[in-house]
Design a protein around this ligand. Structure first.
Ligand SMILES: [Zn+2]
Length: 262
């Protein structure tokens, strides 16, 4: 299988386990660990009890007993604080915590994972920003919650935008294009995130760049652009190695993004 490493990401193969990591977050390996799983290990919550999943945690040096997940991610803009590993969450799309030993685990198939880390306050966040979440500016809301709940300084927070359906494949019709245009054209240069139309079966189609929108949203809060890291990996382009809903429809599995405090 192709090595997906690039300037920002490193592709790890540990036995039958494969995942991507942000080089920038690996600078803090004594405090946190993280990953975005690849098909190589076929991770999914369906297999949450399997050896494979605990080996993943072992490979990451994270505590498998203390992982927190969201039972159902609802494309909302709701983010919750995690205080201990006994809590259950559903119908939300983001988790933040400052509790050592806890990891935050969310599922993705084309939607954008955004991982946050404040190395000064030692606070982490994991956000599910699909296109509906992006429209609701969930990335901004996650940061605001970290600042309000844990006293994080925006200057310190590192934001990592993970693999997702990139502009090359995120084709939408007039209706979705209009929602993006209405929501963001006041604050982001429209030419940056909406392509010129193409005609397909007599209908106009557009390509939307949600990564650039998410980056701009983080910058608008006051995040230092140097602290915004973009994976530059499209899930559809790499469908042999990454689960993609657009490429595989209902058959699609999920990739898991994990960030945890050691
Ligand atoms: Zn693509």
């Amino acid at each position: 299988m192709k090595d997906l490493s690039n300037e920002q990401m490193i592709h790890i193969k540990d036995g039958n386990i494969e995942y991507l990591q942000f080089k920038r977050l690996l600078e803090y390996k004594d405090k946190i660990n993280h990953c975005y799983t690849l098909k190589g290990n076929n991770q999914d919550y369906k297999e949450v009890q399997s050896d494979n999943y605990s080996s993943l945690y072992k490979s990451l040096n994270l505590n498998y007993e203390k992982f927190t997940k969201i039972d159902y991610q609802a494309h909302s803009d709701i983010i919750e604080k995690v205080n201990n590993n006994k809590e259950r969450f559903t119908n939300i799309d983001g988790l933040i915590t400052d509790k050592k030993g806890i990891s935050l685990s969310l599922r993705f198939a084309d939607c954008t994972p955004i991982l946050f880390y404040d190395p000064i306050k030692n606070v982490i966040g994991n956000i599910h920003s699909g296109w509906r979440g992006t429209i609701q500016k969930i990335g901004q809301k996650g940061l605001i919650k970290m600042i309000e709940e844990y006293g994080c300084n925006k200057e310190d927070i590192i934001c990592c935008i993970g693999p997702c359906i990139e502009k090359c494949h995120f084709e939408v019709g007039e209706d979705v294009k209009e929602i993006f245009k209405k929501t963001f054209s006041n604050s982001v240069d429209e030419e940056l995130f909406i392509s010129k139309p193409i005609i397909k079966e007599n209908e106009k189609k557009y390509f939307i760049d949600t990564t650039i929108i998410n980056k701009k949203l983080l910058e608008q809060i006051g995040i230092n652009p140097e602290n915004i890291i973009i994976s530059n990996i499209c899930t559809v382009c790499n469908k042999e190695q990454i689960h993609s809903y657009r490429a595989e429809k209902e058959k699609s599995g999920r990739n898991t993004a994990i960030i945890g405090l050691i």
